[in-house]
Design a protein around this ligand. Structure first.
Ligand code: FAD
Length: 518
């Protein structure tokens, strides 16, 4: 008899992990060994536009997890399964082979994953041998708890936040750390209770998702794997100063970030309120890859901020800490939106009235956007940052997204997909939320007629020009680098923009306008 915790792509950690913690407690009480299972499902990765970078990051984290669990005599095995439609029955037959009595997992809120888990439960019930427990873990306050007076999901962030905050003081405490897993008896490890699965190695790559050697080197240097690295990143954000020399491809942990003399005033988090939209320095936490893969929990991030505030929660707009906690709340918000309105994860706009906007189909423009060769420096810098680092600053995600949708008039779903395929922190809920916000089709969206002017945005977000200089090296010596003169650009081999922003803006407003509506 045994207990299994089925780890998923969003909970790659051993600390503060709800399902792992409960599985371990249950196993100990029942006197049964605990086994951890991870299933690689390449068909799901294709269907969900998973980036090779995210898959590589997953495998690297799994290796760390396997090592940590081995110290607790907890066998960990990975298994690759295809086709994805037969995954539930494969899981059930494995559980039966290992005489498992109880399966634990954290919930994934995407439609395909929910359907898969419902099927696992249905089969388990039919066979009557395995009990299944699926738990909330991704959000600080789980979907279903924060609702409007009518019991519905929120579609606007500010009232969501007002309703979310008081829940942080609920009992049981949603910020409490889930207890660490206990060790299995030593005999579990040495007696190979799981037959041929014992000591199964984490694969080096998943077929079809292999990184090119130069990319692998770059990405692995930028984004180290493991819970210790995520903890260090969090400390770096809380206790060190931001710097502009660490903008790009550099390892965010390398060459010692300068400690903040006075953490209350100098640290990145203290300056976050005013500096977070500046892209010409390393001003944000860069924790998104770790949060998206669950290498660190969102609970832990908020708990760490409380450590700077004598144990109190600060979520006010007026402090760096408060603003950061509000950003972490955006992650909860978009996950709740996905859970309440599953259509957003099926390629449909949240605002159905914008389902029929007329899009351009210009392949050349799309490719230029992807390559960072649109001739608009801030857009190109952002896309080149994504292409080299697998990550982009939030402000530039907004600028590049709005540029694709409103200036090039290309379907937002093409951009959504490219971000998923390129970024290491691709998360369906946040990515879709960000794209639908930019396309004015989502919950709480930017109104369609308020269109970012990329040049104005560029001057505000990158006043020193460091960001553009770093990523668009053709323009490194140009004085007017936010909007370089055409002749100079020609000379430097930098493209001219496809059209003026004014023309593009008028076209977008015409296309979005719904007859009869103001
Ligand atoms: P910080 O500013 O330090 O914020 C801390 C954490 O809060 C982030 O790591 C993230 O988990 C969360 N967060 C911050 N802003 C947002 C937000 N607007 N929405 C949701 N969560 C937020 N974020 C992803 O994690 N994955 C994505 O695939 C993703 N795609 C995006 C696409 C578009 C078009 C846009 C506009 C935004 C997207 N975001 C996405 C949100 C945001 O850009 C990133 O979370 C942020 O840039 C990550 O950097 P950071 O960790 O330094 O953030």
């Amino acid at each position: 008899d045994a207990v299994v915790y089925w780890m998923r792509m969003e909970d790659l950690r051993t600390n503060d992990n709800t399902a792992l913690s409960q599985a371990s407690e249950h196993a100990e009480k029942a006197g049964k060994p605990l086994l951890v299972l991870f299933i690689l499902s390449p068909q799901d990765y294709i269907a969900h536009d998973r980036s090779a970078r995210r898959i590589d990051f997953t495998l690297r984290n799994l290796k760390n997890i396997q090592e940590s669990l081995a110290k607790l005599h907890i066998p960990f095995c990975t298994l690759t399964h295809s086709p994805r439609t037969t995954l539930p029955s494969r899981v059930l037959s494995l559980l039966s082979e290992w005489s498992v009595t109880h399966l634990f997992a954290n919930i994934e809120y995407e439609v395909d994953e929910l359907r898969r888990d419902i099927e696992v439960c249905r089969l388990a019930k039919k066979e009557g041998k395995v009990q299944c427990t699926f738990l909330h873990d991704k959000c600080i306050v789980p979907p279903g708890v924060v609702t409007t007076k009518e019991g519905k999901g929120y579609t606007v962030y500010s009232p969501f936040l007002r309703s979310w905050l008081p829940h942080l003081s609920d009992k049981p405490n949603p910020l409490a750390c889930a207890p660490a897993p206990r060790a299995n008896p030593e005999s579990v490890h040495s007696h190979n209770v799981f037959g041929k699965l014992f000591d199964v190695k984490v694969p080096e790559y998943v077929e079809g998702f292999q990184l090119k050697p130069t990319d692998a080197k770059q990405i692995r240097t930028c984004w180290g794997a493991g819970e210790d690295v995520a903890q260090e990143m969090l400390k770096r954000f809380l206790n060190t100063k931001s710097s502009s020399s660490r903008l790009g491809e550099v390892d965010p942990l390398a060459e010692g970030a300068k400690p903040a003399k006075n953490s209350d005033k100098d640290s990145r988090i203290a300056k976050y309120k005013d500096a977070r939209d500046r892209v010409d320095a390393d001003t944000t936490s860069r924790l998104s890859p770790y949060l998206a893969a669950g290498v660190i929990s969102a609970r832990e991030c908020v708990r760490a901020t409380m450590g700077l505030k004598n144990g109190k929660i600060d979520a006010s707009r007026d402090t760096g800490i408060g603003r950061w906690v509000q950003e972490v709340a955006w992650r909860d918000f978009y996950t709740h939106v996905l859970a309440y309105f599953p259509r957003v994860s099926m390629g449909r706009p949240f605002l159905e009235k914008f389902a029929d906007v007329k899009w351009e189909t210009n392949e050349k423009h799309l490719q230029a956007w992807k390559d960072g060769r649109t001739g608009v420096p801030i857009v190109d810098a952002g896309m080149r940052q994504a292409n080299t680092m697998g990550w982009m600053h939030n402000r530039v995600r907004m600028i590049t997204a709005i540029y694709l949708v409103k200036d090039l008039m290309l379907d937002w779903r093409l951009g959504e997909r490219y971000f998923m395929e390129t970024l290491i922190d691709g998360d369906l809920a946040s990515n879709n939320g960000g794209w639908q916000w930019s396309a004015s089709t989502g919950v709480d969206p930017a109104p369609y007629f308020r269109i970012f002017n990329p040049y104005t945005q560029s001057r505000k977000a990158d006043p020193t020009g460091e960001y553009i200089r770093h990523f668009v090296q053709e323009l490194a010596e140009v004085r007017e680098l936010h909007d370089p003169p055409a002749k100079l650009a020609d000379k430097l081999g930098y493209p001219r923009p496809f059209m003026t922003h004014g023309e593009a803006r008028e076209r977008a407003i015409r296309r979005y306008k719904i007859p009869g509506e103001e």
